[in-house]
Design a protein around this ligand. Structure first.
Ligand code: SAM
Length: 325
């Protein structure tokens, strides 16, 4: 099957420009306050897609550093509401003070439980919703979480350290074949068998406890490539993070349940950062009858954004409208 051709930055801005209100040009693209180091990705494009109006209710399923939440809250105004969820209690805590005075409700919850959250706060279907998948720069910078390969912090990788088991548990207890399958499936790592074998060899001597210990082991198994742009441990860490957080299960559940949470005519904007996630979103938008695809090809960050915020380089934005079945 032929791969989708990515749209150029010019095509994207041509398509979006008519939707971008003048005031959106003045967005502040820096982190949304001193509480965070995270710079929101494709803020303008997401605001154009959701086009929040005064008085509307919008869900941000992935609060993070609150960059998108803040922009949405400013648009819906005092008669509207933004309901923002995050699994990470630290993200909620950091955003609380920063969002004071804005019409925002924060909930420490998995976005896969959105229906329950809406029921609890007695809100029916909302006018729009966004997800900005994966981890935030705040989590990456936290040396105690193990998201950064070069930290000597514990190999944890959980968004919420009160849920489930840390990645070190998987790495030190899983059968070699299962570990290899996991790294292959969630990391799309060609050298998964070799990595799993080496992990098992090392752990027979001593348990693997820190992020940099694991990164070093992986780097020894993955050959250098002349065009290397990412650390050789990236795919393995991605796989473990997806597994310990049940990320694919959460994404699949919300993709099924969105029509119970967003009204017909409402828009859903999803930003993903690797092909596994993007494929799930693309397939759901195509196959499920309650979605109408707004952009056939994913929207990418333009050159200026990539230069300003390298994290945006791998981002893909897909937008759908909810239609009545
Ligand atoms: C990329 S960051 C969001 C950044 C945010 N949009 C901003 O501009 O600051 C992703 C956040 O989503 C959270 N997260 C990831 N999966 C989640 C899930 N299933 N439910 C709720 N929060 C989740 C992470 O803890 C992280 O804080």
């Amino acid at each position: 099957m032929q791969e989708e051709k990515e749209p150029s930055a010019a095509e994207i801005s041509e398509n979006l420009e008519p939707q971008l209100g003048g005031s959106l040009e003045n967005f502040d693209f820096s982190p949304s306050g001193p509480h965070t180091v995270h710079v929101p990705v494709m803020l303008r494009e997401i605001m154009a897609a959701l086009d929040p109006q005064p008085g509307q209710v919008i869900v941000d399923g992935t609060l993070g550093g609150a960059g998108h939440t803040r922009a949405l809250a400013e648009k819906v105004g005092k008669d509207g509401l933004v309901i923002s969820l995050d699994r990470d209690p630290g993200a909620i805590e950091r955003a609380e003070a920063a969002l004071k005075g804005l019409p925002v409700i924060l909930a420490e919850s998995n976005f896969s439980e959105l229906q329950e959250v809406l029921d609890e706060i007695k809100v029916g279907k909302v006018d729009g919703m966004m997800l900005d998948l994966g981890l935030s720069s705040d989590q990456l910078a936290d040396r105690e979480r193990g998201f950064s390969f070069n930290s000597d912090g514990p190999l944890d990788l959980r968004f919420n350290i009160n849920e489930g088991k840390p990645a070190s548990h998987l790495v030190n207890t899983m059968k070699e074949a299962n570990l290899a399958d996991l790294i292959y499936e969630y990391g799309e790592e060609r050298f998964s068998r070799r990595i799993a074998r080496k992990i098992c060899e090392v752990r027979r001597e001593r348990p693997i406890r820190t992020a940099n210990e694991l990164a070093e082991i992986v780097r020894r198994c993955v050959p250098r490539s002349p065009h290397e742009t990412i650390d050789r441990a990236t795919r393995t860490f991605q796989a473990l993070r997806i597994a310990v957080n049940g990320e694919m299960q959460a994404l699949e559940k919300i993709l099924r349940e969105i029509p119970y949470c967003v009204r017909p005519g409402g828009k859903v904007a999803i930003l993903s950062f690797h092909s596994l996630e993007d494929r799930r979103v693309k397939d759901a938008f195509r196959e499920k009858p309650f979605y109408r695809i707004v952009n056939k090809k994913p929207i990418l960050a333009d050159e200026e954004e990539v230069a300003r915020n390298p994290r945006s380089r791998s981002a893909k934005l897909r937008i759908a409208e909810i239609v009545e079945e």
